[in-house]
Design a binder for this molecule. Structure first.
Ligand code: AMP
Ligand code: ZN
Length: 114
């Protein structure tokens, strides 16, 4: 999608601090981190949010979680723990309408989330 912020980040038309990339998935540091580790994992494919995923996307979504696991290991937060979140639409506060998995760690998280 031409006008989408995260499509532009994937195409490197907008700079980001990349921590993982292949032809299907990219992960980069969140510009406004909410925890010592705050990474966003996105597919190259423009999907607005979890409401729009289909059966065809199941390997892609699974791979996003494998990338999250790998980064958590690299950032040394696997043992202490971390949170993975998809925000969907307004009640979850979704601000960017290109699917992204938040990986948050490095501090204790509250539950229930605010
Ligand atoms: P959400 O509220 O789930 O849609 O999350 C969008 C996230 O994207 C927020 O945590 C923002 O801080 C982050 N964000 C917005 N613009 C950028 C950018 N240019 N580079 C990195 N992260 C960004
Ligand atoms: Zn997009």
């Amino acid at each position: 999608m031409t006008d989408c912020l995260f499509c532009k980040i994937f195409r490197k038309e907008i700079k980001s601090k990349v921590v993982y990339e292949d032809d299907e998935i990219m992960a980069f540091e969140d510009i406004n981190p909410q925890a010592p580790v705050h990474i966003l994992i996105i597919p190259a494919k423009h999907i607005e949010n979890l409401n729009e995923i289909t059966e065809q996307d199941k390997d892609l979504i699974g791979k996003m979680f494998l990338v999250a696991k790998k980064i958590a290991h690299e950032k040394n937060i696997s043992a202490d723990g971390y949170r993975t979140v998809f925000n969907t639409n307004k009640n979850a506060g979704q601000a960017v309408f290109h699917l992204h998995l938040h990986l948050l760690g490095g501090r204790k998280m509250a539950w229930p989330p605010g």
